[in-house]
Ligand binder design. Structure first.
Ligand SMILES: [Ca+2]
Ligand SMILES: [Ca+2]
Length: 84
């Protein structure tokens, strides 16, 4: 019984580490893209380094993510995965 408990605990910790790592990676990308540091991504910031033949698709994705249609993506909107 003790063995099973230890295994479950290890798996939980591994899942937590994975979760934290991916959350941090997302944050780093947002910060990298936000070149003027205003904590929002404009369309031009969002499209930096995007392949020219993907601009149209990425512009559409930007629109889908921009839930309040203010032309900027907040961190929360940026992380929203729907519409891709
Ligand atoms: Ca910005
Ligand atoms: Ca917005």
């Amino acid at each position: 019984m003790n063995k099973t408990k230890t295994k479950t605990k290890t798996m939980t910790i591994t899942a937590l580490i994975l979760f934290c790592t991916s959350a941090m990676a997302g944050q780093r990308d947002f910060t990298k893209l936000d070149t003027d540091g205003n904590n929002k991504l404009s369309l031009s910031e969002f499209l930096v380094k995007v392949n020219p033949d993907r601009i149209a698709k990425m512009t559409k994705i930007f629109g889908n993510k921009d839930k309040n249609d203010d032309g900027y993506l907040t961190k929360a909107e940026f992380k929203y995965q729907g519409g891709i």
